[in-house]
Design a protein around this ligand. Structure first.
Ligand SMILES: [Ca+2]
Ligand SMILES: [Ca+2]
Length: 158
């Protein structure tokens, strides 16, 4: 056998060994990985109905809804909801039950299982255009919802 043929076989064997070393733990991790939560932003009322007078009532009629369509509850503790300007709401010790929706209001209020309050004195979701972005407690992107100029075809989505 020539030296070059021996080198080729050696290289092939090394590559094969590398592949099996790399793929085995990866597929094992795939099996071990828990079902990824399918939590999503399901609705946004970015323009509070009526005149925007900055009253707490009006602020609370501006909201984002987040839905968990899965069967299992998802712990949202440390998850964030952010607008385009980086204004951030952080979920604090909140668990979203399976097959349920929570409404996050902009104004002040007492948190319940179905309604959370950002306790702001100003609107956060722009009437013209904005983006609501949901990230988990590791900062990983979960979902976003855009309206206004971001939307293909323009105009509002409702
Ligand atoms: Ca309005
Ligand atoms: Ca905004």
């Amino acid at each position: 056998m020539s030296a070059s043929a021996r080198r080729l076989i050696a290289a092939t064997l090394t590559a094969g060994a590398l592949v099996s070393v790399v793929t085995l733990p990866a597929s094992a991790a795939d099996h071990a990985r828990p079902e990824r939560p399918k939590v999503k932003i399901s609705d946004v009322q970015y323009n509070s109905p009526g005149r925007d007078d900055r009253s707490n009532r009006s602020l609370n009629r501006e909201w984002v809804e987040i839905t968990n369509p899965g069967r299992r509850s998802v712990n949202l503790d440390g998850w964030t909801l952010k607008d385009e300007d980086g204004r951030t709401y952080t979920f604090d010790h909140y668990r979203l039950e399976g097959r349920s929706t929570v409404r996050i209001h902009t104004g002040h209020g007492r948190d319940t299982d179905s309604d959370l309050y950002q306790d702001r004195r100003h609107y956060v979701w722009d009437n013209r255009s904005d983006t609501a972005t949901l990230r988990n407690d590791h900062g990983r992107f979960i979902d976003d919802e855009s309206w206004g100029h971001h939307r293909h075809g323009g105009g509002h989505h409702r």
